[in-house]
Write a protein that binds this ligand. Structure first.
Ligand SMILES: Nc1ncnc2c1ncn2[C@@H]1O[C@H](COP(=O)(O)OP(=O)(O)OP(=O)(O)O)[C@@H](O)[C@H]1O
Ligand SMILES: [Mg+2]
Length: 326
């Protein structure tokens, strides 16, 4: 089993879109058993997979990650029956590659606020790691969709990171997105400190909303690749997601998608390749060690330096990168 948090502290970079895409491909295309834990009170990935009504029904029926956390907080014992809290997105019954079953732990907004007030910031940060993770061993992948704009006070979010083996970071190749990275690394470092070992590891950064025609793409991508090649940043996935309305539509809960092709349309292969690369990297390929606490400053220095001018090495990397993807 791999537990993977999808996290970037910057909002709107594609955490939930990536969570849904990877979950669908791992379950339908790779035949993996997948659980999505949605720790964002906006419930974006839950709604995409289950629809609003089903999410509301789950919350009313006390089937949520929040109720589960409440139970762990009270008992401090592993759950014998996590299924009591899980909602199933059943497999579809159609020809082609039908969408396979995905299990979901949905959030509930007031419950999150309430439970975070009752949790001790450090003592309860490992609640999911100690009492939830052991009961999830039947899953091949547990994907944790995290919210943005969070810090050490958000103990439920920290629990998601602390229970994770890996973190997958979606980024957009623009300066505003890069500015959010130091905060992202800082919270991951904090989770490593709580675990007293370098876990979760950053499995890589996935470029999302890439548009080769933009100036931002042409100037920022070399900087990102250069920083990554110098190990000042985590590795960049070889596969990426383009900026396209079709991927925005892929999470539209009002559309009754029944197959992978219907959900991802002409971008099927892009999402498939990202999901496959995640699987391969998690299955044994040496992901980079997590950055140190001081990493944020290092990136800023590095990026400042690069913004003075591109190196030929960085330009060469862009060519390789594009060749690999097209
Ligand atoms: N590759 C893409 N091309 C076009 N639109 C995209 C792409 N990826 C995501 N989007 C759109 O960008 C918006 C933000 O995406 P998403 O909700 O996945 O980001 P997020 O990081 O989960 O946001 P939040 O921080 O609010 O949780 C959504 O409207 C989504 O449809
Ligand atoms: Mg989201």
């Amino acid at each position: 089993m791999h537990v993977v948090s999808i996290y970037n502290n910057k909002g709107g970079v594609g955490k939930s879109t990536l969570t849904v895409g990877v979950a669908e491909f791992l379950s339908s295309n790779r035949k993996k058993r997948v659980l999505v834990i949605d720790l964002d009170s906006q419930a974006s990935s839950s709604c995409s997979l289950l629809g609003h009504r089903e999410v509301a029904h789950a919350v009313q029926s006390h089937r949520s990650i929040t109720k589960l956390a409440d139970r762990l907080l009270r008992t401090r014992r592993s759950l014998a029956q996590p299924n009591d809290y899980i909602t199933e997105r059943p497999a579809s019954m159609v020809k082609g590659t039908p969408l396979a079953r995905i299990d979901v732990l949905v959030p509930d907004k007031p419950g999150i606020l309430d439970i975070e007030e009752r949790m001790h910031r450090t003592k309860d940060a490992g609640l999911f790691r100690d009492y939830l993770k052991p009961s999830l061993s039947a899953y091949d992948f547990v994907l944790v969709d995290l919210p943005s704009h969070v810090d050490q006070r958000h103990t439920l979010v920290v629990n998601g990171l602390v229970m994770s083996d890996f973190v997958l970071i979606p980024i957009e190749p623009n300066q505003i997105s890069l500015n959010g990275l130091p905060d992202t690394f800082e919270l991951i470092d904090y989770a490593c400190d709580l675990n007293q070992e370098p876990v979760p590891k950053i499995v890589g950064m996935v470029l999302n909303k890439t548009d080769k025609r933009t100036q931002q793409y042409r100037t920022k991508l070399p900087q990102i690749l250069e920083a990554s090649s110098q190990k000042a940043m985590p590795p960049v996935f070889n596969n990426f997601l383009p900026d396209t309305p079709k991927l925005a539509t892929s999470t539209d809960e009002t559309i009754d998608f029944r197959t992978l092709k219907a959900r991802f349309d002409t971008y099927y292969d892009n999402v498939r390749r990202v999901a496959r690369e995640l699987e391969q990297r998690c299955d044994g390929h040496t992901p980079e060690p997590p950055p140190k606490i001081s990493f944020g400053t290092k990136i800023r220095d590095l990026l400042d330096r690069f913004s003075l001018g591109k190196t030929s090495r960085a330009k060469a990397d862009v060519v390789d990168f594009e060749d690999a993807l097209t």
